[in-house]
Design a protein around this ligand. Structure first.
Ligand SMILES: C[S@@+](CC[C@H](N)C(=O)[O-])C[C@H]1O[C@@H](n2cnc3c(N)ncnc32)[C@H](O)[C@@H]1O
Length: 231
């Protein structure tokens, strides 16, 4: 029996689907869109990186090509089996307990917006447990404006339809994201918990981390560090 779907997440379409609803074949075809350069600009050369929720290695591969040493972690064996360029580990993020720490702990793809406070705490605890005392934690959070209304986005041969958008109580949003690439179509159902800066700061603090700044004007890329290093 596979891993059950995560709360409020799910997906349909050709090929295997990870427990959070992400289609493996869709991510396999996707490429980095500048994320690797954004990350590379704020870490030392040849950094050790723990990448949490790496998927098929869309960001892993360019980071390895830039000379960094990446341990790529994902709970989906189907996702992680596509990565051959570096060390990988199949694990849920919350359960990860390694006896090593890293210059950078990277957790993107809006995982921090999981609509479950306990799960979010588990994710942030894993980040804090594995970052060097003088290291960096980079997170990417959901932009609430992207679920303001139904929308259609087209780029190259990729069509994304955002439908069924709902503004829910407790500052949650949900939507269906339907991707069409060539002949193939995948739908992913998404429920996210938005975080105010005050909530984000408090949740980082509870995990022993501190907000440093945002890497992008839309404030979706968050830089944090261990609190002991903040003074
Ligand atoms: C949307 S995909 C993005 C993959 C990759 N970060 C990228 O940008 O291409 C999210 C990935 O996170 C993984 N994931 C989500 N929640 C997880 C958890 N709690 N523990 C381990 N992996 C998780 C999923 O299996 C999936 O591969």
């Amino acid at each position: 029996m596979g891993i059950p779907n995560r709360v409020g997440q799910g997906g349909t379409g050709p090929g295997a689907i990870s427990p959070d609803g992400s289609p493996i074949e869709l991510y396999e075809r996707a490429e980095a869109r500048g994320e690797d350069q954004l990350i590379n600009a704020v870490i030392p050369p040849r950094s050790s990186i723990l990448e949490l929720g790496c998927g098929t290695g869309r960001i892993t591969r360019p980071l390895v090509a830039l000379g960094h040493r990446v341990l790529a972690v994902d709970e989906s064996p189907d996702m992680i089996s596509r990565i051959t360029e570096t060390e990988t580990l199949c694990s849920t993020i919350e359960d990860l307990r390694l006896d090593r720490r890293f210059d950078l702990v990277l957790m993107i793809s809006y995982l921090i917006n999981v609509p479950d406070n306990e799960a979010r705490r588990g994710l942030l605890d894993t980040c804090a447990r594995h970052v060097n005392p003088d290291g960096t934690v980079l997170l990417q959070q959901h932009d609430r404006r992207s679920f303001a209304q139904n929308a259609v986005l087209e780029r190259e041969n990729h069509r994304l339809v955002i439908s069924d958008v709902q503004q829910l109580s407790g500052d949650r949003q949900s939507a269906t994201m339907t991707h069409t690439v060539g002949e193939d179509t995948w739908s992913q159902y998404i429920l996210v918990q938005n975080l105010t800066e005050q909530q984000l700061t408090a949740e980082l603090r509870a995990a022993g981390l501190e907000l440093v700044d945002y890497l992008t004007p839309d404030q979706t890329w968050i830089r944090a560090r261990p609190r002991a290093a903040a003074t």
